[in-house]
Design a protein. Structure first.
Length: 279
């Protein structure tokens, strides 16, 4: 009788441990499409890869599985890096219409505009997921504003920030990065430039046959404009020279964060992304 009781207790304990392990992974791909808000923030300074990432994100959101996601894009969320801005407005207007905010033009106005979307989500008991295709300076301003107007909200539980780049962290104002890490559910994931490290690798100098995969005219238009603008500004006037793009390849490495949020870490690389989502 004693041994049987011990066995039952052991089974219960193992079950509890198993549940603990599962719960620790819930944040990977736990975006709630019915309640949550996805913010995609692009620094657009000084690398042109953000333009490819915009096109790739638009491609993903055009897929029937993700077309109902509540998202908002922000341009100009850069930090303390040197170099010139890459003007992305025509691409953002084509891809997102009025569903984007220009933080480069007026950062304080942008904070207020984006805060209103965050507030609506939080008051409806949703979570906010921020994919930082850039630095955390803009995110810090957002969180400060939210905490001032909604002190009852626990931003460490309800606002999730995902970053994949060491360079982006180093190009963030140190105080801003520390504030975001201390006041949000902050996740540093493996670099999206690398294949086989746990996140998709979306930087390829050799993948060029993307047109063979796209039949949707709007997707084609967005990608062609992304290439046009990136080719115009890549390395221009001291901007960063993205070698993959200069060789005719693709670099939308920042999309790895969105993939992490949506649970798409099984995508291997650029070619597989186009095979899966180009139509």
């Amino acid at each position: 009788m004693v041994s049987r009781t011990l066995i039952i207790v052991a089974i219960i304990l193992l079950s509890c441990r198993s549940n603990d392990i599962d719960n620790s992974k819930l944040q990977v791909g736990s975006f709630n499409i019915e309640k949550d808000l996805l913010l995609v923030q692009y620094d657009c300074k000084t690398d042109v890869d953000d333009l490819h990432t915009v096109a790739a994100f638009f491609t993903l959101m055009s897929n029937v599985t993700y077309s109902n996601i509540n998202y908002h894009a922000v341009a100009g969320t850069y930090g303390i890096q040197n170099g010139l801005y890459v003007p992305p407005n025509p691409l953002f207007e084509l891809a997102f219409r009025d569903n984007w905010t220009d933080a480069h033009d007026n950062i304080q106005t942008a904070v207020e505009q984006v805060k209103s979307k965050i507030t609506e989500t939080l008051l409806n008991e949703g979570h906010v997921w921020i994919a930082e295709a850039g630095q955390s300076d803009f995110t810090a301003l957002l969180i400060q504003s939210i905490k001032a107007s909604l002190p009852e909200i626990n931003t460490n539980e309800n606002i999730h920030v995902v970053q994949h780049s060491d360079w982006n962290e180093k190009s963030t104002s140190p105080n801003a990065l520390e504030f975001v890490k201390n006041n949000t559910d902050y996740h540093k994931i493996p670099d999206g430039n690398v294949v086989g490290n746990g996140t998709p690798g979306f930087n390829s100098a050799v993948y060029t046959h993307w047109k063979d995969k796209i039949t949707n005219p709007k997707l084609l238009e967005v990608w062609e404009l992304a290439f046009e603008i990136s080719n115009e500004y890549n390395g221009k006037d001291g901007r960063y020279n993205n070698k993959s793009i200069s060789q005719g390849g693709r670099d939308f490495s920042d999309l790895s964060e969105v993939c992490w949020i949506l649970g798409l870490n099984d995508i291997k690389d650029t070619e597989e992304f186009f095979n899966l989502y180009s139509n």
